[in-house]
Design a protein around this ligand. Structure first.
Ligand code: ZN
Length: 453
């Protein structure tokens, strides 16, 4: 039995909402599970982790990403475009050039950024699957995640119909039949989906968007298949006002009402963005337990708007944070995401719209709820020891009265002293064990120059 004591921290955020967010003392971990929090004395033979001048948060949970985009940052042709033009100019233009090496390098960049911002669980929505690939994208992404020790929810995306973004310069996006998609998801789940409480690998069914990636007649079959396979369903929804206009004009309903008709709501479903919702849609989502992956930085970058995450949370809805792909968020780390979230809502709705504690709750327990992983996202006895220890040793942290809020309010580059996933160190003294960042930098530059050519 291995035992570890994390001691001397300035305080602990538990991930729970309201006053239950704050506690103090030491944390004892045995065999990857938290067994006690409070005034604890070291036991003989116990490993001790010093958290002096640090604050402790639950490991952060990002519920929406496209890790392949981490080699598509700052593409000049797309940097000032809204969603549709950006899709055409960046991911849809480059998708066929993302080979096995580019995908592995991109995943390594994405996960390094996340680990170094205190993230222990990531949901990656991968939607590039083609007969032209001589590799399995799921295998590549799981291999990288396993090598770094992070928890991964692989959201197997794809489409049965093609969105008309293809130009003469781009290869048409791949499509597959619904049968083929579902068989492939089932095979992926058989290989990688492990529902046990300490599992590092999960699979979700995730057609890219219900609106443009599937035939409406297929929606019921998709949700039924997800439930039969006991997988969660993930997709994009209502990211822009164009999205809502399209649904109104083609289906005669706003997106949430349209999906309610097809049984695409529930505690086992979560959508990225949900920016353009009317109050009735917010209430329906909250009542049904349908999750929101709130991606404020990507929504700001693409000029899409500010999602009513605060309103949905006030109704008891399932709100989480996601960094989204780095091609539309060059700051795809959870510290930046939390800071932007805290700022964006207050800029638009006033200083009482969202508190630091709200933001941390969404980035931890909220993420666990949305992903259906109840043993992570909070720090309490019985929970997995997914723990972020942030060091407050930079000038911007000096002079703080309430150090607990510093990782969110001070932003900038987070200084993760230690990060644990199920009690295993995935960042030690600010370094990811076994990852050569210099080599990754050169690999990234080589991939980018090949893509640019
Ligand atoms: Zn997305």
């Amino acid at each position: 039995m291995t035992s570890m004591l994390i001691e001397n921290a300035a305080g602990i955020f538990t991930g729970l909402s309201g006053d239950a967010m704050r506690t103090a003392g030491a944390i004892r971990i045995r065999n990857g599970v938290i067994v006690a929090i409070g005034m604890l004395q070291p036991e003989p033979g116990e490993r001790r982790l010093d958290a002096k001048d640090c604050v402790i948060y639950p490991g952060l949970v990002s519920t929406h990403h496209h890790m392949f985009q981490s080699v598509l940052k700052g593409v000049r042709e797309g940097i000032n475009l809204p969603l549709a033009g950006w899709l055409r100019s960046v991911p849809y233009r480059f998708w066929s050039a993302i080979d096995e090496e580019a995908l592995a390098v991109a995943a390594r960049i994405a996960l390094a950024e996340l680990l170094l911002s205190g993230t222990t669980t990531v949901a990656d929505h991968h939607y590039l699957f083609s007969d032209t690939f001589r590799f399995d994208p799921a295998q590549v992404i799981f291999d990288v995640a396993r090598s770094l020790g992070i928890r991964l929810v692989f959201c197997r995306g794809g489409a049965t119909v093609s969105r008309h973004f293809d130009t003469d310069q781009s290869v048409p996006m791949p499509v597959e039949t619904l049968d083929r998609m579902l068989q492939s998801v089932e095979a992926c789940a058989q290989r990688f989906h492990d529902p046990s409480p300490d599992s590092l690998t999960h699979v979700a069914l995730a057609p890219t968007t219900p609106t443009w990636s599937l035939d409406p007649g297929e929606l019921r079959e998709v949700i039924a298949a997800a439930r039969r396979m006991k997988l969660r369903l993930h997709s994009h929804l209502s990211e822009t006002s164009d999205y809502v206009d399209f649904c109104l004009s083609v289906h005669g309903k706003r997106p949430v009402h349209w999906l309610a008709e097809h049984d695409w709501l529930g505690e086992d479903v979560w959508f990225a963005h949900l920016v353009h919702l009317d109050p009735e849609e917010v209430a329906i989502l909250a009542r049904s337990g349908t999750g929101m992956a709130h991606c404020p930085q990507s929504n700001c970058r693409l000029g899409s708007g500010v999602a009513p995450a605060d309103a949905m949370a006030r109704l008891g809805g399932a709100v989480s944070l996601g960094v989204d792909g780095a091609a539309s968020n060059e700051a795809a780390d959870m510290i930046s995401e939390m800071h932007s979230c805290w700022h964006t809502h207050r800029a638009v709705k006033g200083a009482d719209a969202v508190t630091v504690e709200d933001v941390v709750h969404w980035a931890t327990a909220g993420g666990a709820r949305v992903l259906g992983l109840p043993r992570i996202g909070t720090l309490a006895p019985g929970q997995q020891a997914d723990i972020a220890i942030f060091s407050l040793d930079q000038p911007r942290h000096f002079g703080m009265h309430d150090p607990m809020v510093a990782p969110v309010t001070c932003a900038g580059s987070a200084h993760v002293r230690h990060l644990l996933v199920g009690g295993r160190p995935v960042v030690e003294d600010g370094v990811i064990p076994g990852l050569d960042l210099q080599k990754l930098k050169f690999d990234a530059a080589r991939v980018v120059s090949r893509l640019a050519a």
